[in-house]
Write a protein that binds this ligand. Sequence first.
Ligand code: MSP
Length: 512
Amino acid sequence: MNKEKKNFYITTPIYYVNDIPHIGHAYTTIICDTIARHNKWLGKNVNFLTGTDEHGQKVEKSAINSGLDPQSFTNKLSKSFIELSQKLKIINNDFIRTTEPRHKEAVKNIWNKLEEKGDIYLDKYAGWYSVRDEAFYSEDEISENNNGEKIGPSGSILEWVEEPSYFFKLSAWQNKLLEFYKNNPDFVSPKTRYNEVLSFVSKGLEDLSVSRTTFNWGIEVPNNDQHIIYVWLDALTNYISGVDYPNIKSNKWNNFWPADIHVVGKDILRFHAIYWPAFLMAANLKLPKKIYAHGWWTVNGEKMSKSLGNVVDPFKIISSYGLDQVKYFLLREVRFGQDGDYSEEALIKRANSDLANDYGNLAQRVLSFIYKNCDKKIPVANKLINQDIKLIENMDKSKDNIIKFMENYEITNALEELWKVIREANSYIDSEAPWSLKNTDIDRMNTVLNTLCVVIKKISLIALNFTPDGANKILDQLSISKKNRSYSNFDDTLENATIEKPEGVFPRLEKK
Ligand code: MSP
């Protein structure tokens, strides 16, 4: 490996295998894939980890309901998440399953470390538990629904649990955590989520129950097989078992831990921003650099649920509308970090206006004109005048802005910036009107077309990280070779290349 190369480690949450994947899971994965692609494009050595969270009561219950033993059940469901990764064409380096031996070893190792350091003690738990969230809630977080059932903050139904349990001394880490947040104000993003975490911890932390005894499906506590390790302690450990922990001599571990970013949904922030750093501090391991909490998607204004029958199947919509279109919609429609509403109408509208009309049309207008009128060759530029120089300069400035935005994980801003140039390039075609120069000023026409090809190439090099299929096709049509599509090729000059027959890359969509 090139020693100069900067390492970058990004993770998705690992997905519960209690049910098949939906659009919410695809969303988290798409965000991570986009960030991973961007960093790889910049030339970094990227490790992108995703996987499945297969233990715990929730998964065990689903297995029982489906009539399968938990291992066969999780094998089947985990496969559908692997298939989703493939359908999304993500560039992950690894897919971790918590039922794998490498993961179990890491979890037991962490447990032993916490125990040896006196951070784990045996007692009894009596309190409320949400199987859906796999979370313990304290009295002040509990309310009642219309049927008089106890519910947690997420609305999930709670059950009373009373059983022997090991506890992690979370309360002892409260001040250390607060100090850490204070010294690392960017640890949690967006800022509103950081403030939420800070206020939760400031109110005081109770010790955390980290083992269960009333079901079997999980990793046994070392030296006490009556207890199963709490599924969140198990699951969070994937972020280090996925980079070879406890083998701290491994290159992977040394290159990639601590992670640059864990992307999570806002619903699982507490586990990542409070419990995980506390476990790591207690185990004397470094903390991840950032937790980014994204928002939630509703569907036509309603929460997605099986009972409402409105669960959006990512496989289906990708097959109907295209991968780039779905990805672009999810990334662009809502600001990263905020909640959003999914509807097919909104997806179609967004894809048609930004992909078909703006980006696709820009490439198609220019390339088909060259194909028909310039002997299929990108014309050579003559003297550039102000408007040509301005368009290219603005493109280059936007590229720098996009890199800055992406460094701060401002994906929506990055896309807005890219589309600013796309729209500017479309206006440039209208004002420079190369078709009207065909019989009057061939030199000027060639310069305009060349300038446009330069800008379309630059746009597409950036778009590769967001809409890779379409951007790659446009770069193919421009005869840019596959090996010359990274950040370091951004300023390469265009050759007098023969272009391929242009084909529309982003077709106009209609409701299916
Ligand atoms: N297994 C845990 C994570 C353990 S990580 C150590 C879990 N799994 S999950 O399958 O329930 O959720 C995984 C991700 O999908 C979360 O980031 C969650 O926010 C996201 N989404 C699930 N439904 C969603 C929406 N409706 N909208 C957006 N994202 C949502 O939690």
